[in-house]
Write a protein that binds this ligand. Structure first.
Ligand code: ADP
Length: 268
Protein backbone atom coordinates (compact mmCIF):
# COMPACT_ATOMS: atom_id res chain seq x y z
CA UNK A 1 0.00 0.00 0.00
CA UNK A 2 1.10 3.56 -0.67
CA UNK A 3 2.24 5.52 2.37
CA UNK A 4 0.03 8.35 3.52
CA UNK A 5 1.60 11.78 3.22
CA UNK A 6 2.81 13.52 6.37
CA UNK A 7 0.08 15.45 8.05
CA UNK A 8 0.73 19.09 8.46
CA UNK A 9 -0.24 20.64 11.78
CA UNK A 10 -2.92 22.49 9.90
CA UNK A 11 -4.70 19.33 8.81
CA UNK A 12 -7.42 18.20 11.20
CA UNK A 13 -8.65 15.19 9.22
CA UNK A 14 -6.65 13.23 6.71
CA UNK A 15 -8.37 10.54 4.65
CA UNK A 16 -6.06 8.52 2.51
CA UNK A 17 -7.05 5.87 -0.03
CA UNK A 18 -10.21 4.95 1.88
CA UNK A 19 -12.60 2.42 0.39
CA UNK A 20 -15.44 0.67 2.16
CA UNK A 21 -16.96 -2.58 1.04
CA UNK A 22 -19.74 -3.88 3.27
CA UNK A 23 -20.16 -7.55 4.14
CA UNK A 24 -22.87 -7.93 1.51
CA UNK A 25 -20.35 -6.85 -1.12
CA UNK A 26 -21.72 -3.34 -1.61
CA UNK A 27 -18.98 -0.79 -2.17
CA UNK A 28 -20.00 2.47 -0.45
CA UNK A 29 -16.68 4.38 -0.71
CA UNK A 30 -14.08 4.21 -3.48
CA UNK A 31 -10.55 5.49 -2.95
CA UNK A 32 -11.38 8.64 -1.02
CA UNK A 33 -8.47 11.06 -0.54
CA UNK A 34 -9.21 14.18 1.44
CA UNK A 35 -7.39 16.55 3.77
CA UNK A 36 -9.56 18.80 5.88
CA UNK A 37 -7.87 21.93 7.22
CA UNK A 38 -8.09 22.72 10.92
CA UNK A 39 -10.78 25.24 11.71
CA UNK A 40 -12.57 24.88 8.38
CA UNK A 41 -16.24 24.33 7.59
CA UNK A 42 -16.51 21.61 4.98
CA UNK A 43 -19.73 20.17 3.58
CA UNK A 44 -19.92 16.70 2.10
CA UNK A 45 -22.69 17.08 -0.47
CA UNK A 46 -24.43 14.30 -2.32
CA UNK A 47 -27.68 12.48 -2.95
CA UNK A 48 -29.03 9.84 -0.63
CA UNK A 49 -26.88 6.71 -0.77
CA UNK A 50 -23.77 8.55 -2.02
CA UNK A 51 -21.73 7.36 0.98
CA UNK A 52 -21.70 10.58 3.06
CA UNK A 53 -22.68 8.93 6.29
CA UNK A 54 -20.25 6.04 5.77
CA UNK A 55 -17.45 8.54 5.23
CA UNK A 56 -18.21 10.44 8.44
CA UNK A 57 -18.49 7.15 10.32
CA UNK A 58 -15.01 6.18 9.10
CA UNK A 59 -13.68 9.43 10.58
CA UNK A 60 -14.87 8.70 14.12
CA UNK A 61 -14.26 4.97 13.90
CA UNK A 62 -17.89 3.83 13.78
CA UNK A 63 -16.98 2.10 10.49
CA UNK A 64 -13.65 0.57 9.64
CA UNK A 65 -12.42 1.29 6.12
CA UNK A 66 -11.77 -1.82 4.02
CA UNK A 67 -8.62 -0.17 2.68
CA UNK A 68 -6.82 3.07 3.41
CA UNK A 69 -6.51 5.06 6.59
CA UNK A 70 -7.95 8.02 8.45
CA UNK A 71 -6.06 10.33 10.76
CA UNK A 72 -7.66 12.84 13.09
CA UNK A 73 -5.41 15.47 14.59
CA UNK A 74 -2.49 13.39 13.24
CA UNK A 75 -3.64 10.27 15.12
CA UNK A 76 -4.46 7.17 13.14
CA UNK A 77 -8.05 5.98 13.70
CA UNK A 78 -7.81 2.36 14.83
CA UNK A 79 -9.68 0.19 17.27
CA UNK A 80 -6.92 0.86 19.82
CA UNK A 81 -7.02 4.64 19.40
CA UNK A 82 -10.81 5.00 19.44
CA UNK A 83 -11.03 6.34 22.97
CA UNK A 84 -8.49 9.05 22.22
CA UNK A 85 -10.11 9.85 18.88
CA UNK A 86 -13.54 10.21 20.42
CA UNK A 87 -12.21 12.65 23.00
CA UNK A 88 -11.44 14.98 20.12
CA UNK A 89 -14.32 14.19 17.78
CA UNK A 90 -17.99 14.78 18.53
CA UNK A 91 -20.87 13.76 16.29
CA UNK A 92 -24.27 15.27 15.65
CA UNK A 93 -26.89 12.99 14.11
CA UNK A 94 -29.84 13.45 11.77
CA UNK A 95 -32.24 11.90 14.28
CA UNK A 96 -30.54 13.49 17.29
CA UNK A 97 -29.79 10.12 19.03
CA UNK A 98 -30.95 11.35 22.44
CA UNK A 99 -32.02 9.23 25.36
CA UNK A 100 -35.57 10.49 25.09
CA UNK A 101 -36.83 9.53 28.53
CA UNK A 102 -33.91 11.33 30.21
CA UNK A 103 -33.97 15.03 30.86
CA UNK A 104 -32.09 17.52 28.72
CA UNK A 105 -29.24 17.95 31.21
CA UNK A 106 -28.61 14.20 31.48
CA UNK A 107 -28.39 13.97 27.71
CA UNK A 108 -25.84 16.76 27.62
CA UNK A 109 -23.87 15.18 30.44
CA UNK A 110 -23.59 12.04 28.27
CA UNK A 111 -21.14 14.14 26.27
CA UNK A 112 -18.85 14.13 29.32
CA UNK A 113 -18.74 10.35 29.73
CA UNK A 114 -15.80 9.93 27.35
CA UNK A 115 -13.76 12.26 29.56
CA UNK A 116 -14.22 10.06 32.62
CA UNK A 117 -12.58 6.82 33.70
CA UNK A 118 -14.53 3.70 32.79
CA UNK A 119 -15.53 3.18 36.41
CA UNK A 120 -16.50 6.80 36.81
CA UNK A 121 -18.58 6.55 33.64
CA UNK A 122 -20.25 3.34 34.78
CA UNK A 123 -21.15 4.86 38.10
CA UNK A 124 -22.16 8.01 36.27
CA UNK A 125 -19.96 10.01 38.57
CA UNK A 126 -20.10 13.55 37.38
CA UNK A 127 -17.96 16.22 38.84
CA UNK A 128 -18.80 19.81 39.41
CA UNK A 129 -16.80 20.85 36.35
CA UNK A 130 -18.91 18.49 34.21
CA UNK A 131 -22.01 20.36 35.37
CA UNK A 132 -20.37 23.70 34.67
CA UNK A 133 -19.44 22.62 31.15
CA UNK A 134 -22.89 21.14 30.50
CA UNK A 135 -24.55 24.31 31.77
CA UNK A 136 -22.40 26.43 29.48
CA UNK A 137 -23.19 24.17 26.51
CA UNK A 138 -26.93 24.39 27.17
CA UNK A 139 -26.70 28.11 27.60
CA UNK A 140 -24.88 28.38 24.26
CA UNK A 141 -27.68 26.61 22.41
CA UNK A 142 -30.37 28.59 24.26
CA UNK A 143 -31.81 25.73 26.29
CA UNK A 144 -30.57 26.35 29.82
CA UNK A 145 -34.08 27.07 31.06
CA UNK A 146 -35.25 23.68 29.70
CA UNK A 147 -32.47 21.65 31.36
CA UNK A 148 -34.74 19.59 33.61
CA UNK A 149 -37.45 18.75 31.08
CA UNK A 150 -37.66 15.36 29.44
CA UNK A 151 -35.81 15.45 26.13
CA UNK A 152 -38.74 14.03 24.16
CA UNK A 153 -40.99 16.90 25.27
CA UNK A 154 -38.96 19.34 23.19
CA UNK A 155 -39.48 20.11 19.48
CA UNK A 156 -37.29 18.63 16.73
CA UNK A 157 -35.19 21.78 16.42
CA UNK A 158 -34.75 21.92 20.18
CA UNK A 159 -33.79 18.25 20.28
CA UNK A 160 -31.10 18.94 17.70
CA UNK A 161 -29.89 21.79 19.92
CA UNK A 162 -29.58 19.25 22.74
CA UNK A 163 -27.53 17.09 20.36
CA UNK A 164 -25.29 20.08 19.66
CA UNK A 165 -24.95 20.88 23.38
CA UNK A 166 -24.02 17.24 24.05
CA UNK A 167 -21.35 17.50 21.34
CA UNK A 168 -20.06 20.79 22.80
CA UNK A 169 -19.87 19.22 26.26
CA UNK A 170 -17.30 16.83 24.80
CA UNK A 171 -15.06 19.86 24.17
CA UNK A 172 -14.12 18.47 20.76
CA UNK A 173 -11.62 19.77 18.24
CA UNK A 174 -13.57 18.23 15.38
CA UNK A 175 -17.32 18.26 14.98
CA UNK A 176 -18.98 15.84 12.58
CA UNK A 177 -22.63 16.42 11.67
CA UNK A 178 -24.43 13.76 9.68
CA UNK A 179 -27.37 15.37 7.86
CA UNK A 180 -28.08 17.55 10.92
CA UNK A 181 -31.05 19.33 9.35
CA UNK A 182 -32.62 16.56 7.28
CA UNK A 183 -35.34 15.92 9.87
CA UNK A 184 -36.18 19.60 10.32
CA UNK A 185 -38.32 22.13 8.47
CA UNK A 186 -36.36 24.63 6.34
CA UNK A 187 -36.59 27.54 8.80
CA UNK A 188 -35.45 25.43 11.74
CA UNK A 189 -32.78 23.92 9.50
CA UNK A 190 -31.45 27.43 8.78
CA UNK A 191 -31.33 28.19 12.50
CA UNK A 192 -29.40 25.01 13.22
CA UNK A 193 -26.93 25.61 10.37
CA UNK A 194 -26.40 29.19 11.58
CA UNK A 195 -25.82 27.95 15.12
CA UNK A 196 -23.31 25.37 13.89
CA UNK A 197 -21.41 27.99 11.93
CA UNK A 198 -21.30 30.37 14.91
CA UNK A 199 -20.08 27.60 17.20
CA UNK A 200 -17.44 26.56 14.69
CA UNK A 201 -16.13 30.11 14.40
CA UNK A 202 -16.18 30.80 18.16
CA UNK A 203 -14.24 27.65 19.00
CA UNK A 204 -12.07 27.45 15.87
CA UNK A 205 -13.50 23.97 15.47
CA UNK A 206 -13.17 21.86 12.37
CA UNK A 207 -16.69 21.15 11.14
CA UNK A 208 -17.45 18.39 8.65
CA UNK A 209 -21.13 18.28 7.76
CA UNK A 210 -22.95 15.97 5.38
CA UNK A 211 -25.89 17.52 3.56
CA UNK A 212 -28.07 16.79 0.57
CA UNK A 213 -29.43 20.34 0.27
CA UNK A 214 -27.45 22.33 -2.28
CA UNK A 215 -28.54 25.74 -1.01
CA UNK A 216 -27.46 25.05 2.58
CA UNK A 217 -24.09 23.84 1.30
CA UNK A 218 -23.70 26.98 -0.80
CA UNK A 219 -24.67 29.29 2.03
CA UNK A 220 -22.64 27.82 4.87
CA UNK A 221 -19.65 25.86 3.56
CA UNK A 222 -16.17 27.21 2.96
CA UNK A 223 -15.47 24.13 0.91
CA UNK A 224 -17.82 21.61 -0.69
CA UNK A 225 -16.86 18.03 -1.42
CA UNK A 226 -19.33 16.39 -3.79
CA UNK A 227 -19.83 12.67 -3.42
CA UNK A 228 -21.57 10.38 -5.86
CA UNK A 229 -21.69 6.60 -5.68
CA UNK A 230 -18.86 6.60 -3.17
CA UNK A 231 -16.50 8.76 -5.23
CA UNK A 232 -15.42 12.37 -4.91
CA UNK A 233 -16.73 14.09 -8.03
CA UNK A 234 -16.31 17.71 -6.94
CA UNK A 235 -14.06 19.57 -4.53
CA UNK A 236 -14.06 23.33 -4.37
CA UNK A 237 -15.50 26.53 -2.91
CA UNK A 238 -19.26 27.21 -3.09
CA UNK A 239 -18.63 29.68 -5.92
CA UNK A 240 -17.39 26.81 -8.11
CA UNK A 241 -20.53 24.72 -7.58
CA UNK A 242 -21.98 25.35 -11.03
CA UNK A 243 -24.28 23.31 -13.27
CA UNK A 244 -21.44 21.08 -14.39
CA UNK A 245 -20.55 20.29 -10.78
CA UNK A 246 -24.21 19.68 -9.90
CA UNK A 247 -24.51 17.33 -12.82
CA UNK A 248 -21.46 15.44 -11.61
CA UNK A 249 -22.93 15.16 -8.10
CA UNK A 250 -26.61 14.61 -8.86
CA UNK A 251 -26.55 13.51 -12.48
CA UNK A 252 -28.52 16.64 -13.21
CA UNK A 253 -28.44 17.91 -16.76
CA UNK A 254 -27.98 21.68 -16.50
CA UNK A 255 -31.30 23.58 -16.65
CA UNK A 256 -33.34 20.38 -16.74
CA UNK A 257 -36.71 21.51 -15.32
CA UNK A 258 -37.99 17.97 -14.89
CA UNK A 259 -34.91 17.04 -12.91
CA UNK A 260 -35.32 20.09 -10.68
CA UNK A 261 -38.97 19.37 -9.89
CA UNK A 262 -38.21 15.71 -9.18
CA UNK A 263 -35.35 16.59 -6.81
CA UNK A 264 -36.77 19.77 -5.35
CA UNK A 265 -35.89 18.72 -1.80
CA UNK A 266 -32.22 18.31 -2.63
CA UNK A 267 -31.77 21.06 -5.15
CA UNK A 268 -33.86 23.82 -3.55
P1 ADP B 1 -25.64 8.65 2.45
O1 ADP B 1 -25.25 9.07 3.83
O2 ADP B 1 -24.96 9.44 1.38
O3 ADP B 1 -27.12 8.61 2.25
P2 ADP B 1 -24.69 6.06 3.27
O4 ADP B 1 -23.25 6.25 3.60
O5 ADP B 1 -25.65 5.99 4.41
O6 ADP B 1 -25.12 7.16 2.21
O7 ADP B 1 -24.84 4.72 2.43
C1 ADP B 1 -24.15 4.52 1.22
C2 ADP B 1 -24.60 3.22 0.64
O8 ADP B 1 -24.12 2.15 1.46
C3 ADP B 1 -26.11 3.08 0.58
O9 ADP B 1 -26.46 2.45 -0.64
C4 ADP B 1 -26.43 2.18 1.74
O10 ADP B 1 -27.57 1.42 1.50
C5 ADP B 1 -25.18 1.31 1.83
N1 ADP B 1 -24.94 0.84 3.19
C6 ADP B 1 -24.81 1.59 4.29
N2 ADP B 1 -24.56 0.83 5.37
C7 ADP B 1 -24.53 -0.46 4.92
C8 ADP B 1 -24.30 -1.72 5.55
N3 ADP B 1 -24.04 -1.82 6.86
N4 ADP B 1 -24.33 -2.83 4.76
C9 ADP B 1 -24.56 -2.73 3.44
N5 ADP B 1 -24.77 -1.57 2.78
C10 ADP B 1 -24.76 -0.43 3.52
Amino acid sequence: MKKSPNNSELTAISIFGVSKKFENGFVALRDINLDIASGSFVVILGPSGAGKSTLLRCVNGLEKPSTGEVKVESKLVTRQSLQTIRRNVAMIFQRFNLVERLNVMSNVLCGRLGKRSTLGSLLYLMRQDDMTIANAALDRVGLLSRAWERADKLSGGEQQRIGIARALAQEPKVLLADEPVASLDPTTGEEIMTLLREIQLEGSLTLLVSLHQVEFARKYAERIVGLREGKIVFDGPPSALDDVALQAIYGRPPNDEKFVSKHEDSIV
